[in-house]
Design a protein around this ligand. Structure first.
Ligand SMILES: Cc1cc2nc3c(=O)[nH]c(=O)nc-3n(C[C@H](O)[C@H](O)[C@H](O)COP(=O)(O)OP(=O)(O)OC[C@H]3O[C@@H](n4cnc5c(N)ncnc54)[C@H](O)[C@@H]3O)c2cc1C
Ligand SMILES: NC(=O)C1=CN([C@@H]2O[C@H](COP(=O)(O)OP(=O)(O)OC[C@H]3O[C@@H](n4cnc5c(N)ncnc54)[C@H](OP(=O)(O)O)[C@@H]3O)[C@@H](O)[C@H]2O)C=CC1
Ligand SMILES: CC(C)=CCC[C@@H](C)[C@H]1CC[C@@]2(C)C3=C(CC[C@]12C)[C@@]1(C)CC[C@H](O)C(C)(C)[C@@H]1CC3
Length: 534
């Protein structure tokens, strides 16, 4: 690398904030504005629910077309096979055939959602070669307060869903905290939040899935109508079919939450407080560890209205400190404290600082003056950050940064913390308890157990000699020994055999062979392993 390139690389890394502040923030704002008005018009015209059936038909047509195109290329039969599909515009077919042909005529399919839009550090290599199916389904379809369900399309985001439900006094029981997470990604990957100790993972609040299968047929499954497929869908990462709608439980909600902060000053205390809180009746439980021995355990409950003497802290306002910094401040006072927060501010509490990831990108993002002047533009859209990140920044993250969520039984919390401390010394660490019911599927377990998600996001301490692959492999091995799991949005460095040991593939394999998925979709491992992502 020449001197000029080195200088450029240095500037791009060190001064990424310049680009972020002067370009990405306004771009993100304009995008939010556009999507706000688009959603408003769609909602006012109520056109979305009516269009669902025809949009799903388009998905089916593309799948049928992919199958026919495959037959055509392998058997070299007449092109009439392809053009025969009614109502599908010819031009699109020709373009897609050309694309599919150019890309090596592979039979596997994936959604056409570009990799830069997904909530993961990397993008799938397969997005370059697979046959891409447009699943342009972005709307809330029906809010049924009588049966306590909401029916949504897969690209509905958490921000959009909480904005739709909260004014009506309802919420889904688990609202994963980053606004742009989508229902589809959370069902086919997984979702977790501070209410998961009561409700489980995102899949456990879903009651019905509508899917387009590998043969182009449309099915609607519940745990009673087709338990095999119903339980195989979560964690399948889009390798059983295309999700076109989901029915999710809703529960009544109030406008406020009372949040209690309990500072802890030793690992033993932290584990004790956190485990007790996870087994309690509190509606929300979360912990943030700022060192191995110091952290804050939070419990919360919805309340109807604040008392006149209560101070409401609107932590979502643009000029408020980042949430994790606010939490850290309770370590200084050392006292238990409580405060009232608006519920939506609480749900989206980690959005403005992208947990603690934004401090590496905009180092002065939590500065009071910056917040006052520019805070309303924050955060930049994760997808825009991803789209515009340079190779130098990517390499920097690859070699000096770790982003992993490890799900281990809560009884292994102490040794897990000690292990991650030894291998990474990354702080803050996110702790979120969740109940894992004894359901069939990838996380099949003999009995219901309490787990904890340990989220490690950040730069390992120089003293630990962090090596991305070796360190992650050690952690993965440890997690496997604890009978735990790794979240799939992050890279897995396991071998396929190790991955199949970590996740129970019995039901998944059976459903894949029953639904003829093997030719249509890759296995989960081939979408999430480090080798499958760039
Ligand atoms: C009955 C009903 C049906 C609906 N049906 C549809 C539909 O079919 N299709 C559809 O697309 N929409 C639907 N909506 C949603 C509607 O379009 C949204 O309300 C719209 O997006 C505008 O939202 P808002 O102004 O209430 O959001 P705002 O509250 O202004 O939120 C806008 C954005 O800011 C974020 N945000 C808000 N508060 C916070 C906070 N405290 N912290 C961090 N981020 C925050 C949100 O996540 C969101 O992305 C429906 C809503 C209702 C009530
Ligand atoms: N608090 C939390 O729980 C958090 C969770 N996450 C993780 O982020 C991910 C979700 O991110 P998001 O950007 O929403 O989703 P992604 O685009 O990352 O989707 C995840 C997977 O689901 C597949 N998928 C999504 N929608 C469909 C569909 N309609 N039909 C078929 N397959 C589909 C995708 O398939 P394809 O590859 O074909 O596009 C992809 O393999 C999850 O893995 C989640 O665990 C991240 C942050 C926080
Ligand atoms: C289960 C839970 C709570 C998971 C939280 C995961 C987040 C911390 C992850 C999800 C997406 C994620 C990997 C991301 C990044 C940081 C960590 C994130 C936000 C960033 C913003 C880091 C900076 C990078 O240049 C880039 C922009 C590509 C990514 C994008 C995705």
């Amino acid at each position: 690398m020449g001197k000029g390139d080195q200088l450029l690389e240095h500037v791009l890394i060190k001064y990424r904030w310049l680009f972020v502040c002067f370009f990405l923030l306004p771009a993100s704002f304009l995008y939010e504005l556009w999507s706000y008005f688009r959603n408003l018009i769609v909602f006012k015209l109520s056109s979305a629910p009516g269009k669902h059936a025809s949009k799903v038909q388009k998905v089916q047509q593309q799948v049928v077309f992919a199958k026919r195109a495959e037959t055509f290329y392998f058997k070299r039969s007449a092109s009439i096979n392809i053009i025969n599909i009614k109502t599908f515009p010819l031009t699109i077919i020709f373009f897609q055939v050309r694309e599919w042909n150019k890309n090596g005529q592979q039979g596997h399919m994936c959604t056409a959602r570009p990799g830069w839009q997904t909530m993961s550090f990397r993008q799938g290599l397969y997005k370059k070669s697979f046959y891409k199916v447009e699943v342009n389904l972005v709307d809330v379809l029906e809010i049924d307060t009588e049966n306590k369900t909401v029916r949504v399309e897969p690209l509905v985001s958490m921000g959009q869903l909480s904005a739709s439900l909260a004014p009506l006094g309802w919420t889904i029981p688990i609202v994963p905290e980053i606004d742009d997470l989508t229902v589809g990604g959370l069902i086919l990957g997984t979702g977790i939040e501070s209410s998961s100790h009561q409700f489980g993972l995102f899949q456990h609040i879903c009651v019905e899935y509508e899917l387009v299968l590998a043969d182009g047929s449309l099915v609607t499954v519940t745990k009673d109508s087709d338990p095999d497929l119903f339980y195989a869908v979560p964690w399948s990462y889009g390798t059983l079919g295309f999700l076109t709608a989901a029915k999710i439980m809703i529960v009544p909600c109030t406008k406020f939450i009372k949040l209690n902060y309990k500072p802890v000053y030793s690992l033993n205390d932290a584990v004790k407080e956190f485990s007790e809180a996870s087994a309690s009746k509190n509606q929300f439980v979360e912990g943030i560890m700022f060192t191995l021995n110091k952290g804050v355990i939070m419990t919360g409950n919805m309340i109807d209205e604040p008392q006149p003497c209560d101070k409401v802290n609107k932590i979502g306002l643009w000029h408020k400190p980042w949430f994790f910094k606010h939490v850290e401040s309770f370590l200084v006072t050392g006292k238990r404290a409580s405060e009232i927060l608006p519920l939506r501010d609480y749900y989206h509490r980690h959005t403005r600082s992208i947990f603690w990831e934004l401090q590496d990108i905009v180092p002065f993002g939590n500065n009071r003056l910056f917040r006052l002047c520019m805070g309303w533009l924050m955060p930049p859209k994760i997808s825009f950050l991803k789209l515009t990140q340079t190779d130098a920044v990517k390499r920097l993250y690859e070699n000096n940064h770790i982003i992993q969520d490890m799900l281990v039984p809560i009884t292994n919390l102490k040794e897990s913390m000690q292990m991650f401390n030894k291998e990474t010394k990354v702080y803050p660490i996110w702790l979120c308890p969740f109940k894992l019911p004894a359901d069939p599927g990838m996380l099949c377990a003999p009995k219901e157990r309490m787990f904890v998600d340990i989220g490690i996001y950040g730069v390992p301490d120089p003293s630990v000699n962090f090596k991305p692959m070796e360190t992650t492999r050690k952690i993965e091995e440890f997690v496997q020994k604890c009978e735990g799991f790794q979240m799939l949005y992050a890279d897995t460095y396991t071998t396929k055999e190790e991955f199949r040991r970590m996740f129970d593939h019995t039901l998944y394999d059976r459903v894949r062979s029953k639904l003829a998925c093997t030719k249509a979709f890759p296995e989960v491992y081939d979408k999430v392993s480090r080798a499958a992502r760039y």
